[in-house]
Design a protein around this ligand. Structure first.
Ligand SMILES: C[S@@+](CC[C@H](N)C(=O)[O-])C[C@H]1O[C@@H](n2cnc3c(N)ncnc32)[C@H](O)[C@@H]1O
Length: 287
């Protein structure tokens, strides 16, 4: 068949009109702002998925997504397009703040602490939060912690729930913490560690799309939403920050990635320092 100027050179390369379709789907379904120039990345990632399904190219793959009423293929598309990069103790200033401004006061007052790791990827962020909380609140004090960790990616969440990492990934944690909170694999699992079950079960992992509102979630003292909004356009970011602001307790903290910022976004939060915002105290109840 003769190719039109519009179509791609190979069935494994996205054509401009296909890129536009994928862009719209990604924007509507999960707020992703796929910028022009990402065609090669999209071709590679979707091509991989299409091959896994035994399809003969991107066009058939898009037809499959559009025909699928179960939503399963849309989730796979999201998995293919999102970046789950994360690490233990990433952006450590946030964990210093968590300790001094939230956990230590709660340890002194025997208060409750509720934290949401929104966009938790493969779990390194919520497990880091958990071990800091265990260190400050003590074992018994962990009963006063509610830690919700959510992501849109089922694949990332599965791996977060498993809590298995290679030894080099946990290297940012101090040696004494690694001994206390992780178990080392032996035999075939040599080179891997797993977060001990008694700690894994402390985290409530949930699949949630941050494009939606979450009235069933409780108010939080701290929301970590780091390196997630970077992929969203401004209107989506503004709506999301508005929902976070409503979900925070008065005086509660919103922590975002250091390469992100709320510049150009209307929000009712106080700027505290780079990547740290706070709901002003005395601003009604969280919803
Ligand atoms: C780069 S990771 C950030 C992980 C961690 N917060 C950190 O800073 O290390 C971004 C995560 O956001 C998730 N994500 C992207 N869009 C989302 C959406 N609409 N709802 C929920 N999670 C989303 C991705 O699946 C991915 O796991």
């Amino acid at each position: 068949m003769k190719q039109s100027a519009e179509s791609a050179a190979s069935p494994w390369e996205v054509a401009p009109s296909q890129f536009e379709t994928i862009r719209m789907m990604a924007r509507t379904a999960f707020g992703l702002d796929l910028k022009p120039g990402k065609e090669a990345l999209v071709s590679a990632r979707l091509g991989k998925r299409a091959r896994e399904l035994g399809l003969d190219g991107i066009r058939t793959y898009l037809e499959r997504i559009q025909a699928d009423r179960t939503g399963v293929e849309l989730i796979a598309l999201i998995d293919a397009l999102t970046t789950n990069y994360t690490s233990f103790q990433r952006e450590p200033q946030h964990f210093d703040l968590l300790r001094t401004r939230v956990l230590e006061p709660a340890a002194r007052d025997h208060g409750r602490v509720s934290i949401w790791s929104a966009g938790c990827a493969t779990g390194e962020e919520p497990y880091t939060i958990l071990v800091h909380a265990a260190e400050v609140l003590g074992e018994a004090g962990l009963d006063r912690l509610r830690l919700v960790a959510s992501d849109i990616s089922t694949r990332a969440l599965e791996s977060a729930r498993r809590g298995i990492y290679t030894e080099d990934r946990v290297a940012p944690l101090p040696e004494s913490w690694r001994r206390k909170y992780l178990q080392r694999g032996t035999g075939e699992q040599q080179g891997y560690v797993r977060v001990k079950e008694s700690y894994r079960k402390r985290i409530d992992f949930q699949r949630r799309n941050l494009m939606e509102s979450h009235p069933d979630l409780p108010p939080f003292h701290v929301i970590f939403c780091r390196n997630v909004m970077i992929y969203f356009d401004k209107p989506t970011q503004e709506a999301l920050v508005g929902r976070f602001a409503e979900k925070l307790e008065p005086g509660g903290w919103l922590l975002i990635g250091h390469s992100e910022g709320l510049m150009g976004i209307r929000h009712g939060l106080e700027y505290v320092m780079p990547a740290v915002y706070r709901r002003p105290a005395g601003t009604g109840r969280a919803r």
